[in-house]
Design a protein around this ligand. Structure first.
Ligand code: AMP
Ligand code: GLY
Length: 424
């Protein structure tokens, strides 16, 4: 197959790395790619959100499968345009990507299909939001509608904070919802429009600071699997959340095809949906890819062509951890241009791959370009060993402008009773 991958982050570097290992993947092209992806693919400077340019590229290079990494091209309808032009696409059409793009859409779908989620009210104006707030207890959650990259969500611990969040959200559509307590975990399911099968579970750390403090980020680290999502809970999440969603989307004439990322709260009453994403998580994808067995390009093609029922995605029994190295200033304005060295030394640690999230070439040097810069990933036989390897690798990297969290996986460490510093 000739495969075209859209995107330029750490997630896409991991996808490219995994696709490159697929026996069925002959040519791999990335648009636009990054210096890490350039290790596995030919990078071409084409805008992934420009449907006409992507179609021209796919036609020119006789592409058999297009894999869409980030949400922006999905919401922009690049999947629709490619499908209309006859290409096999991994990633949903815009109508199905609303599961990520519109919180109100997803909440209404849950309500109509008895899918467990937090109770909510959807409003169109700030005045209606203030009014609706009276019907909720505290804490309460305020969500601006639309793509907000983890922003636009306030978990308000007082009524004053909730009122302020409504005012700060502006006078647009909002969702106000009941606060759910429990532990969060993510389930990644492949869906081909009809069939939905679980691929992997993971947990990430969204806050920038140790102890899960400070502002939200795209994610500072992740690990796979998430043992807290037991086989029984995963089955419940498939049966009660993912499969009914896939069926509802298909029944509505807007079938979902791609990877459905369910952000779950594991409550005392079982798993409840917090949100959907219509793509792999970043950095969860970096943690998942090294554990996938079999021909990955073939698996994605099976999803794209509605043959998922014949495919049997399997993960290895290993554990993986990804630690993000970010540029100082992230998630505010990150310092750009900092010199990065010793990635090769980090990759000498067994089981380690360093994915590029935000890097650029400057002459012979590699420099930072973006907030999240590297996604250092390790696999091993146990969670503690994967973690120890990942930190050993991070410690090899010479990036004076960078920072990372030392406590990725703390919940799992506490649970497992394994020594946080084992093997470090
Ligand atoms: P979202 O963008 O919807 O995933 O929300 C971002 C974060 O806010 C989630 O990862 C949760 O930590 C938190 N959150 C969102 N909704 C709720 C809820 N109903 N109850 C508790 N926490 C929530
Ligand atoms: N790591 C969270 C996300 O990709 O949305």
């Amino acid at each position: 197959m000739n495969v075209l991958l859209l995107g330029s982050g750490g997630r896409e570097d991991a996808l490219a790395w995994r696709l490159r290992q697929s026996p069925s993947c002959e040519t791999l092209i990335a648009a636009p790619g990054n210096p890490g992806i350039a290790r596995w693919a030919e990078c071409v400077p084409v805008d992934p959100c420009d449907p006409a340019a992507i179609i021209a590229l796919a036609e020119g290079r006789a592409i058999d499968l297009v894999v869409i990494g980030p949400e922006a091209p999905l919401v922009a309808g690049v999947g629709d345009a490619l499908r209309n032009a006859g290409f096999a696409v991994f990633g949903p059409n815009a109508a199905a990507a609303q599961l990520e793009g519109s919180k109100g859409f997803t909440k209404d779908l849950c309500a109509a299909n008895a899918i467990p989620t937090a109770g909510y009210v959807r409003v169109e104006t700030a005045a209606a939001a203030h009014d609706a707030l009276k019907g909720f207890g505290i804490p309460v959650v305020i969500k601006a509608d639309g793509l907000a990259a983890g922003k636009g969500v306030t978990v308000a611990m007082s009524r004053e904070e909730a009122e302020a969040a409504i005012d700060a959200a502006g006078d647009g559509p909002m969702v106000i919802e009941e606060f759910l307590s429990g532990e969060e975990a993510s389930l990644f399911a492949l869906v081909d429009g009809v069939t939905a099968v679980p691929l992997a579970s993971a947990q990430d750390h969204k806050r920038v600071g140790e102890g899960d403090t400070g502002p939200n980020t795209g994610g500072m680290g992740a690990y796979c699997p998430a043992p807290v999502l037991t086989a029984e809970l995963q089955q419940r999440a498939m049966d009660e959340i993912v499969i009914p969603t896939a069926k509802a989307m298909a029944d509505a004439g807007t079938p979902f095809s791609g990877v459905l990322y369910a952000g779950l709260m594991l409550t005392a009453d079982g798993p409840k949906l917090i949100e959907y994403n219509a793509r792999f998580g970043d950095p969860e994808c970096e943690a998942i890819m090294p554990l996938i067995k079999g021909d990955f390009a073939e698996l994605l093609l099976a999803v794209a062509t509605g043959r998922l029922g014949e495919a049997h995605p399997k993960l290895s029994a290993n554990h993986s951890m990804t630690i993000i190295v970010a540029a100082q200033g992230y998630p505010g304005t990150p310092t750009s241009g900092g010199l990065i060295r010793e990635i090769e030394a980090a990759e000498q640690v067994p089981g380690v791959t360093v994915f590029h999230a935000g890097t650029a070439r400057s002459g012979d040097a590699l420099v930072a370009k973006g907030g999240r810069v590297l996604a250092v990933t390790a696999i091993a036989d146990t969670f503690a060993n994967a973690r120890a390897r990942a930190y050993r690798a991070v410690d090899q990297i010479d990036f004076a402008d960078g920072f990372h969290r030392r406590d990725i996986g703390w919940r799992e460490l506490e649970r497992s009773g394994e020594n946080a510093l084992a093997g470090e």
